[in-house]
Design a protein around this ligand. Sequence first.
Ligand code: B4P
Length: 203
Amino acid sequence: MSLHNYNGYQSNMFNLILFGPPGSGKGTQSEKLIVKYGLKHLSTGDLLRSEIAQQTALGMEAKKLMDKGQLVPDEVVIGMISSALDANPLARGFLFDGFPRTAAQAEALDKLLDLKNTSINVMLALEVSEEELVRRLLKRGETSDRSDDTNENVIRERIAVYHSKTAAVADYYKTFDKVMMLKGEGTVDEIFARLCNEINTRL
Ligand code: B4P
C-alpha cells in the first residue's frame, strides 16, 4: 500500500493538538513530544514571534495585540498555518501548539486537513490552576525576552481571553470524541509521561 495519498501527503499521519491555557506547558511539552514521535511542531506563538523578530509588517501589527494579551486576527494565523502545512508535505504528522484558539480557527483547520486527506487524531488538554499559570509565566518573564510575560495584568488578560474565546474549542472537538483532559501540574517529566501514555494508546 502506498504511504502517500494523491496530494503527496503521508496517508497514515498522526495529528495532535496540544491544548490548554497560557502557561499550561504546551510549548515545554511540545519540544519533547516532537523528538519522541517525529512530528512537525507548528506553534502559532513561535511563528508570530519569528515575524516580530524579523520586524515584518505582520509581526509589528501582531506585537501590538500580543503585548495587550489579545489574540491576533483569525485570518492571520490561519494563513500562517496553511502555508506551514503546504511547506511540509512529507511530515509524519503535525503537533499543533497554541492553535486553534477560536471556533473559527478550529473549523478552518479541519477544512485545511480535509483538503490533504487527513484529520486531527486527538486533542490533549492540560489543566492547570490560574495561580500556577500566573506564577509560571511571571517566572519566565524574569529571564525571557517575552514582553507579554512581564506584566501580571497582561497575563491575567490572556487567561481571561482563554476562557472567553479559546476554552470552547475543546467543546468543538468533544463533539467528535477527540478530547482527553490531563492534569498539567507536577514535574515536566511526569506530565510528559501522561501525554505519552495517551498518544501510545492511539498510535
Ligand atoms: P503562545 O506562544 O501560544 O504562548 P502561551 O499561551 O503563553 O503558552 P506557552 O506554550 O508559551 O507556555 P508554556 O505553557 O509552555 O501565545 C502567545 C501569544 O501569541 C498569545 O497571547 C496571542 O496573542 C498570540 N497567539 C498565538 N497563537 C495564536 C492564535 N492561534 N490565534 C490568535 N493569537 C495567537 O510554559 C510557560 C512557562 O511554564 C515556561 O516558563 C515553562 O518553563 C513553565 N513550565 C512548563 N511546564 C511546567 C511545569 N510542569 N512546572 C513548572 N513550570 C512549568
